[in-house]
Structures are given as structure tokens and as C-alpha cells.
Write a protein that binds this ligand. Structure first.
Ligand SMILES: [Zn+2]
Length: 274
């Protein structure tokens, strides 16, 4: 009887908390399952499909690590040394754009990047100290480079809404497609649903940005992925100003449009509730 009351109380508390979150923040794709009175459950539970030998480690917002065999790839490393505590040293670093949520010279200088090749667009190369020059591979939109058996293709990323044109001009930044072990992983960078994204082919995993005012709405993101049909998509880069984008809405629209696709929600904001 005691146990039941306890379960009921915990249930009510969680429900109240969820309701409160709904007022200000969108629902996340998570579940709280602990009803046994054990120590407090994590507020978010994320599961990653174990269907690939490329391990994906979300760091925060646009920043991620990929591990494949002995190769470690950092995408847009920002957040200082502490954001990468306990992680392997990078062999390859990909930077998409010049903004502070994608490029941090301080972070590059703090990390041990001794053995890393760094793939960047020219605009990013222009902001990186010359000590790094020998390590840089500069790619323009449409170019590609092979490193460690991984072919990296630079994909355009830019705004198309009139009011957003100032954020990302065409040609400055790079999204990337990584061809790793027969799989194609796409990191959108900061972009809208441009024709070059919609025309992508055979993408296995697509990391899709959606935040306003800088990138896409959940609607345009969903419309784009329904066109190029990545097998799995990972919403990322969804904290905006002032609001966090509604990734649950994105997921619902994708599934309504094509139930064969899969939306994978990882914890891109470990220090926040969303
Ligand atoms: Zn960004």
C-alpha cells in the first residue's frame, strides 16, 4: 500500500513537472520510467540505435564527436577543454562556419590537436592562427577531401528567407557529408532547406539544424528531409532566440510524411532541461 502511494506521489510530481516544462519549453523525446522510489531518475533518457560502427557522441548544440575504429572526429569543437573531458584526441576536425557556436579558436588552442587534420571553409581558415596552417584542409562548397579513408564533401549552407539572409551568406560556410565505411553522414551546419540539401542522395544519418531566427523552422526542416529521405535524422542545433525549436513537432511531421524514416533524439543540451 505504501509502495502504491509512493508511486502515485512520484507520478504526480513528474506530471506537474512535465506540465510546467510545457509552458516554456517543448516536449523532448524522452521518458521517465522510474517508479520504484529509487534515487531520482535522470530527467532525460536518450537511446541511440546500435546499428552502426560509427559512434556518435553529442557534446552540445552543434558540437559532436564521431568515433570509427581508431579514428576520432570532432565536429565544430567549442566549449573549451572541459567540453571534451575524457574524450579521445581528434584525428580529424571539421568546422562549418565562423560563428562562436561552431568555431572557437580558444578551444582549438586548448585541445591537443597535434595529430589532427582540420577541414574548414576559407572564411574559417582566415580566423585561425597561422600555427594551425599546416594542418588545414580548406574546402569550398562542392569540394571534397579524403583523410584516413573518410571522404568529406563540403555542402553549401546558407539562408534563403529574406529576413535571415544576413546570418549565413552562400559560399561562406560548409555543411559536410562524411563517407565512412560505406555510410554517409550529413551535418547540415547552419542552413535553411536549400536545394543542395534537398538534392542529397543516399544519406544514412542526417544531423539537421532548426532554430530561429538563424536556420530552419521545424516545418522547413521536416519538408526538406521528407524530400531527400535520410534513413535516420538527428535534430541538433535547435536552441534559438528566444525559443528552443519544437523538435517533437519536427518528429511528428516526419513520421506523418514517411513512417519508414527514423528520428533519433540525442541529448544535445546536457546542461539544460530541453
Ligand atoms: Zn550555429
Amino acid at each position: 500500500m505504501m509502495k502504491r502511494t509512493l508511486i502515485l506521489l512520484i507520478g504526480c510530481a513528474l506530471l506537474a513537472r512535465c506540465k510546467e516544462n510545457q509552458k516554456t519549453k517543448p516536449l523532448i523525446d524522452s521518458e521517465i520510467k522510474d517508479t520504484h522510489g529509487a534515487p531520482s531518475p535522470p530527467s532525460k533518457v536518450f537511446t541511440e540505435p546500435q546499428d552502426s560502427n560509427v559512434k556518435i557522441i553529442p557534446i552540445e548544440h552543434a558540437t559532436a564527436i564521431l568515433e570509427w575504429n581508431d579514428i576520432t572526429i570532432y565536429i565544430d569543437p567549442v566549449g573549451g577543454l572541459e567540453a571534451f573531458e575524457g574524450q579521445k584526441q581528434p584525428d580529424l576536425i571539421l568546422i562549418t562556419d565562423v560563428h562562436g557556436d561552431h568555431l572557437s579558436v580558444e578551444t582549438l588552442e586548448a585541445l591537443n590537436t597535434e595529430k589532427a587534420k582540420i577541414i574548414v571553409p576559407q572564411a574559417v581558415a582566415d580566423k585561425i592562427p597561422s600555427d594551425f596552417t599546416p594542418q588545414l584542409d580548406i574546402l569550398d562548397n562542392g569540394e571534397s577531401k579524403e583523410r584516413y579513408g573518410i571522404t568529406v564533401e563540403a555542402i553549401p549552407m546558407y539562408n534563403i528567407r529574406e529576413e535571415a539572409l544576413k546570418f549565413h551568406t552562400k559560399g561562406r560556410g560548409n555543411g559536410y557529408v562524411l563517407n565512412i565505411d560505406g555510410q554517409r553522414l550529413y551535418f547540415s551546419g547552419d542552413t535553411e532547406d536549400i536545394p543542395e540539401m534537398r538534392a542529397l542522395q543516399n544519406i544514412d544519418k542526417a544531423f539537421i539544424c532548426m532554430n530561429l531566427p538563424y536556420t530552419m523552422t521545424p516545418e522547413s526542416a521536416a519538408s526538406a528531409v521528407l524530400e531527400f529521405k535520410p534513413k535516420q535524422m538527428y535534430p541538433y542545433h535547435y536552441r534559438g532566440r528566444p525559443d528552443v525549436s519544437d523538435v517533437a513537432k519536427f518528429k511528428a511531421m516526419v513520421y506523418a510524411g514517411n513512417p519508414d524514416l527514423e528520428v533519433v533524439q540525442l541529448d544535445w543540451y546536457p546542461n539544460d532541461e530541453y
